[in-house]
Write a protein that binds this ligand. Sequence first.
Ligand code: NAD
Length: 473
Amino acid sequence: MLIGGEWVSAHSSQTFDVFDPGTEEVIAKVARGEIADVDDAVASARQAFDSRAWLRLAPAERSRIIWRIADLIEQNADAFAELESRNQGMPIASAKGGVATVARVFRYYAGWADKIGGRSMELMSGGRDYHAYTLREPIGVAALIVPWNFPLLMAAWKIAPALAAGCTCILKPAEETPLTALWLGKLCMDAGVPAGVVNVLTGLGHEAGAGLTGHDDVDKVAFTGSTEVGKQIIHAAAGNLKKLTLELGGKSPVVILDDADIEAAIPAAANAIFSNAGQVCTAGSRLLVHRRHFDQVVEGVSGIAANLKIGYGLEPGTQMGPLVSAKQRERVMGYIDSGVREGAAVRVGGTTPDTGYYIAPTVMTDLRPDMLAVQEEIFGPVVAAMPYEDIDEIAARANDTPYGLAASVWTKDVQKAHRVARAIKAGRVGINVHGLSDVAMPTGGYKQSGWGRELGPEGLEAFLETKSVFAAL
Ligand code: NAD
């Protein structure tokens, strides 16, 4: 682990195994941080914050250092992508695209580091003049808890704005995928981030993760993961009222209207759910298709599913890799089985081989809105396809889950597109595109998909406090 600029083992000397999900082999043993290690990591981040080790650098210098992190990531892009693919299972081409995006995230927030400022007001009260202004100050010590679906990218979404805002942080990668996070910690140091400003604490969720969220010296938690753990974090954070941003689960609809370009919508709908083996918070896991096109779309998406090249992430040409872990494979198979028990049909997929955590891309039909496979986040390559009759049904159908992370609507009619975009309760809506994100645009959830926003200026705001200062003249 990286604590206070040093590479350390856990106090207990314990480790946990890290797997290659394509082969089920152990590829690393990583320090199992527990409460004593949490205390060290938080103390290191606190000391770095209170001593202003980071803040006393000129904003332009902080900007240069964050930019340099992006340069170092690019210089190591191929090796980063290979490690990410090996540890997470994603196809190497996706991993390479991901690393390029990570560099862009650091550059975007490098640009913000020297542009943070307040505003001023001329006031008058009781016949006296006042000069008032706001100061934007970093919240303090931030715990950044990230999942395993895009390990490096999720870390970048949090570290880059935290650094730009002037916070110090403890990154807690998922136990399944700690390897690129550790390397990112090293590159932060190499780029000139002072010791203790970025710490990387490896460990299990209920130990290292819970230790951070309950720690009184942590001021802010930025979390991406399951809604269930998000709710636990809200309770854990209550002790000292930590500021929270929570990016949680989704059950995002892909809505295909009767006038859509069906030839374009079919591959996009397939990509929306099979990309990264469906382990995407904004995955298009519910496919709502106008009755007129339902059979054609189901056949088209099933045909793509049946022909996807599934295999080891590092194998050139692989289009879909394994799921991240045995636990995730069991969870996803459990949802498929529950759907079948409740009367759903598996049109294609639903199978898993003996070695590697693979699941064949799966299309389910004959579903009722109340089935678990329709209501809950499966986080695997499983799409629930359902027909609808009338555009007036769409808002109710699309919004009929506890989630509200993303959606897309497919149509050639401009007015219908914007009407549906307004009617859907989700933090991100695509018109003739699904799941597009950009560092310049905020992302986050309505309803039980989370609190707050990441990316864009909003993502920076989430690491800042506002102070109003009144000066009597
Ligand atoms: P999780 O929510 O348990 O884990 C995400 C992160 O939270 C990991 O770093 C983990 O160590 C940490 N964590 C776990 N318990 C914690 C606790 N009590 N306190 C603090 N941190 C804790 O996710 P999972 O069990 O790996 O996956 C379960 C389901 O979560 C998936 O099937 C999927 O539905 C959902 N998920 C969503 C996302 C997303 O991007 N929204 C990402 C991963 C998983």
